[in-house]
Design a protein. Structure first.
Length: 176
């Protein structure tokens, strides 16, 4: 009986230790390619991101309350040319794309959250219609191709994966 119990314990131990072993060739074949875009505040970060290659977060639901959609119709964005220190302000209607004069860019404002929050279920929304933590989800196009797809944080213009280009910066000036 001792031999049977000893054999059983040894086999359980051996089996449990082998659970972390992965056949890399099989894992590559079985891994699905991620092709979905996410409404993620950190999307569009530079390629030198230390988290590059990490699994992308699930797509987040975005909820713009009716009172916010009715109150805010456009954003004034400032595009600064850091080489010659010139700036251009552009009034972009939320939900539309606008060319930024004197730059190679067009900007589309997808969403505007005046008091940005991510709820416990992962939904991106706003706490109120008051501009306490204003954030815009934008797409920047360069030569008609998406160059940046991410979030602009008015109160934190250099954080959270904001638009990153060696010659230009984009910031939120105001809302209308």
């Amino acid at each position: 009986m001792k031999k049977i119990i000893t054999m059983f314990i040894a086999s359980v131990f051996a089996f449990s230790c082998s659970q972390g072993v992965v056949d890399k060739d099989k894992a590559k074949e079985q891994a699905p390619a991620a092709t979905e875009q996410t409404a993620d505040p950190h999307a569009g970060q530079a390629a030198a991101d230390p988290h590059a290659g990490a699994e992308k977060p699930k797509e987040r639901k975005v909820n713009v309350p009716k009172e916010v959609a009715e109150k805010y119709k456009s954003l004034i964005l400032e595009v600064k040319n850091t080489k010659d220190n010139s700036t251009v302000q552009s009034d972009v209607i939320i939900g539309q794309k606008a060319e930024v004069q004197g730059t190679p860019f067009a900007v589309e404002v997808e969403y505007y959250m005046p008091d940005f929050v991510i709820e416990s279920d992962g939904t991106i929304t706003t706490r109120s219609a008051d501009e306490k933590n204003p954030v815009a989800k934008i797409k920047v196009y360069k030569m008609n191709e998406v160059f940046f797809d991410g979030w602009l944080f008015k109160n934190h213009p250099t954080e959270h994966g904001n638009f990153n280009d060696p010659n230009y910066s984009i910031t939120i000036i105001s809302s209308k």
